[in-house]
Design a protein around this ligand. Sequence first.
Ligand code: SAM
Length: 192
Amino acid sequence: GYRSRAAYKLKQLDDLENVISGGDTVVDLGAAPGGWLQVAAEKVGPPGSVIGVDLQRIKALDDSTLDDRVETLRGDMTEDRTRERVIDAAGGPVDAVVSDMAPNMSGEYSLDQARSLYLARQAFETALELLDTGGNFVVKVFEGPDVDDFRADIEDEFQYVRATSPKASRDESSEIYFIAKGRLTAPLRPGD
Ligand code: SAM
């Protein structure tokens, strides 16, 4: 079984727009407890690999065949040094960057929304550093005032962007996912 209900969201996003293919290298930001990691490891198959990052420690996947394709890092994606570690772990351009990062909820929507957008922008910066030409980017963000500007910034870098709320997240109605397909240019920091 999957570790989180969130796993079904990535399945729905991928069914919609084919984000992850066999053989891909995928970076999963905000990966704990690991539902998206399980889905991504299944989708990339044996030649592929997945790098998961979270503030929280992520336990190894129970299925060792899947776990062999997964590497996890514990760190804060708002810190440069964590980004450096992700770039090192990737060892070159990647095919997809997916982010399900969300802030700890304060209960004050405008604050939580601003924090969500900040995390989403960090994920976007990471995607620009690492994502290969033609690569795909998925990012969660809470609906709010500056989200249209964020979408426009993503649109500048990809062939197209689609916004969706997966069924699995309808109860948290404020969250949307942008699926950005086909990066137009080369990674800024492709690693080694
Ligand atoms: N996709 C995951 C799954 O399928 O299991 C669920 C992710 S959960 C909704 C959001 C995650 O974002 C939390 O585990 C949280 O620790 C992580 N997160 C929040 N801020 C972060 C940051 N600055 N750096 C790294 N991870 C962060």
